[in-house]
Design a protein around this ligand. Structure first.
Ligand SMILES: [Zn+2]
Length: 408
């Protein structure tokens, strides 16, 4: 019989890493096998307006030519409810029995929301996670096969769909373990043409997931290990990805050696992004609450919002978890001796890849602070932050992120 104080090992914890992932150059050509494996016979391919125009998109569709395939690509910007509605109509028109999601976070989340609504009555937002008056998710959800084309949200290995209200821009999170794609084809070749700015912003989103998951309250040593290795991959590859994207934009043609290094860097970030989303089943933190408010109030790109908020949010968090900051610092620079050096590293990385240094540089009006604080406070991500965050704390973090010139 146990008589000592309960420890982490005397309680029950749930670990879950169920996604089948095929990673590597050319993984996209496994699609017809993946679709067959999950039992899909009439796939709806969900992508976005930009992805559907890319040269590799049509050949992927053609690889499914043995099946009746329909395509829906009316997704752009931050995903909203009306896009899900249109996608659901396409799903029903085609009498589809599953979804192939190809793209970044937006089409991935729209695909999950379509899958959720395929057999559920009512309005999408009635299934918002934590809504006390909501409807239960208790009907079948068709299978999803996902092909990510950015390295950021990692939504391809996540269990939630984040969709905004068309009018209020408020983000709603729908959650169910069955929204997790059953198969992921992670092909770094599809990321080789991503522009530098998107590479930087999405990469910083992945980094923010890794950091916030590692710092989140709760006991999850598996997620902690994944988060630290993910940070090492970001440190090794993100600035290379951005530099390669800039060289391509300048018209440079690559030697075989440079092309191989570019593929390696993109593959590193693709894995880091999936590791971030796997790790944040543990939780996120204050940076994401700040970023969600920026997207709601100012329509700021999610990754960019995280990137600009991250140093201020981490200055707030450092005193609450000094040992964890030192651990993170040692992962990205083995010679580190102080946790503060991790924040210095974040700032230097942002600087190297062209992240604006402050909210002021991002043209966020400083008069919006009160509204930002209000929205951030009601966001749930900060509830697992290593230090509780009050309204006054949010105000201070935002003022810090605005930089010099915004009075305390
Ligand atoms: Zn994020």
């Amino acid at each position: 019989m146990l008589t000592a104080e309960p420890t982490q090992a005397t309680r029950l914890h749930t670990y879950s890493f169920p996604t089948a992932i095929v990673f590597g150059a050319g993984a996209r050509w496994q699609l017809s096998g993946a679709v067959a494996q999950v039992g899909m016979q009439r796939p709806l391919v969900v992508s976005d307006r930009a992805v559907a125009q890319l040269p590799w998109f049509k050949p992927i569709l053609e690889s499914l030519a043995a099946l009746p395939v329909a395509s829906f690509s009316e997704v752009w910007g931050n995903p909203v409810g009306s896009q899900v509605k249109a996608g659901l109509a396409a799903y029903r028109d085609h009498q589809a029995d599953g979804i192939v999601a190809i793209g970044g976070g937006a089409p991935m989340d729209v695909a999950k929301a379509i899958a959720l609504m395929a057999h559920h009555p009512g309005h999408l937002f009635e299934y918002e996670d934590g809504n006390p008056n909501g409807r239960p998710v208790n009907q079948p959800i068709p299978p999803i096969v996902a092909i990510p084309t950015t390295a950021g949200t990692g939504s391809e290995v996540g269990r939630s769909a984040v969709i905004s209200d068309d009018e209020t821009h408020a983000k709603k999170i729908m959650f169910d373990p069955r929204l997790l794609p059953q198969q992921v084809l992670a092909d770094p070749e599809l990321l080789l043409g991503l522009p530098a700015a998107i590479t930087a912003a999405t990469g910083m989103d992945a980094l923010t997931h890794l950091i916030e998951a590692y710092l989140a309250q709760g006991f999850h040593p598996l997620c902690d290990g994944i988060a630290l290795e993910g940070m090492r991959l970001v440190a090794a590859h993100l600035s290379d990805c951005v530099a390669f994207a800039e060289r391509l934009a300048a018209g440079e043609s690559f030697s075989a050696e440079a092309a191989a290094a570019h593929l390696t860097a993109r593959g590193g970030m693709l894995n880091a992004s999936m590791m971030g989303a796997i790790a944040f089943q543990k939780g996120l933190g204050v940076t994401h609450s700040c970023a969600h408010a920026l997207s709601t109030v100012c329509d700021t790109h999610h990754g960019l919002a995280n990137a600009v908020m991250l140093p201020a949010a981490m200055r707030f968090n450092l005193p609450a978890a000094p040992e964890r900051f030192l651990q993170m610092a040692r992962v990205v620079m083995p010679e580190a001796t102080r946790g503060e050096q991790f924040i210095d590293w974040i700032i230097a990385l942002g600087d190297r890849i062209g992240i604006p240094p402050s909210l002021t540089a991002l043209d966020v009006p400083s008069e919006s602070i009160d509204r930002l604080v209000d929205v951030a406070l009601h966001d749930e991500c900060h509830l697992l932050n290593p230090h509780p965050v009050s309204s006054a704390d949010f105000g201070a973090i935002y003022r810090d992120a605005f930089g010099a010139g915004v009075a305390a």
